[in-house]
Design a protein around this ligand. Structure first.
Ligand code: ZN
Length: 170
């Protein structure tokens, strides 16, 4: 089986703070449900729409990098989240975590998908901190990455976060 390594560098994400994120997505040629693959979004259309809508409310005064997230609870409710930046940079909260905290604060405990929308050609995966939180509250859910041009990729959480620290580690 041939492995293709796709470097995925989001160096421009928080330039003022000198932060950068880098992740490598391993894409195996051939079909498998657990690997990143392009998609039309299909069943996740409403989730992507919620993420786009939340993105409009992003408070991205420093990076100007607007992110929207859509989190679907097993109850069927969808929670949007946007990045909320702060002059300290370090107190910034990502869109994914805002969506999770909103849902948890309203009593939701089970989730089955999360979408992340940015206006970039290369789709933006959740940062490391968000991966930890998504794993804690959502487990191995599909993570739908999308941009404003209709590009969509779906990655299983266990592939984004293959060796997690969680309650089973304690
Ligand atoms: Zn994040």
């Amino acid at each position: 089986m041939t492995l293709t390594v796709l470097p995925y560098v989001a160096a421009a994400r928080w330039p003022q703070a000198g932060f950068y994120a880098a992740a490598v997505v391993l894409q195996r040629k051939g079909e498998s449900v657990n690997e990143p693959h392009a998609s039309s979004g299909g069943e996740f259309e409403s989730l992507i729409a919620a993420a786009k809508s939340a993105r409009e409310n992003a408070h991205a005064a420093y990076s100007n990098f607007r992110v929207g997230a859509g989190l679907r609870a097993t109850s069927g409710r969808i929670f949007g989240g946007c990045n909320v930046e702060n002059a300290t940079y370090g107190l910034t909260v990502c869109a994914e975590r805002v969506a999770i905290f909103k849902a948890i604060s309203e009593g939701e405990r089970g989730f089955d998908a999360i979408a992340v929308v940015t206006d970039t050609d290369a789709l933006t995966p959740p940062c490391g901190a968000c991966r930890q939180l998504i794993w804690e509250f959502c487990g191995d859910v599909p993570v739908i990455l999308a941009n404003l041009k209709g590009k969509v990729e779906i990655i299983a959480m266990k592939d984004l976060f293959p060796k997690p620290f969680d309650a089973s580690s304690l």
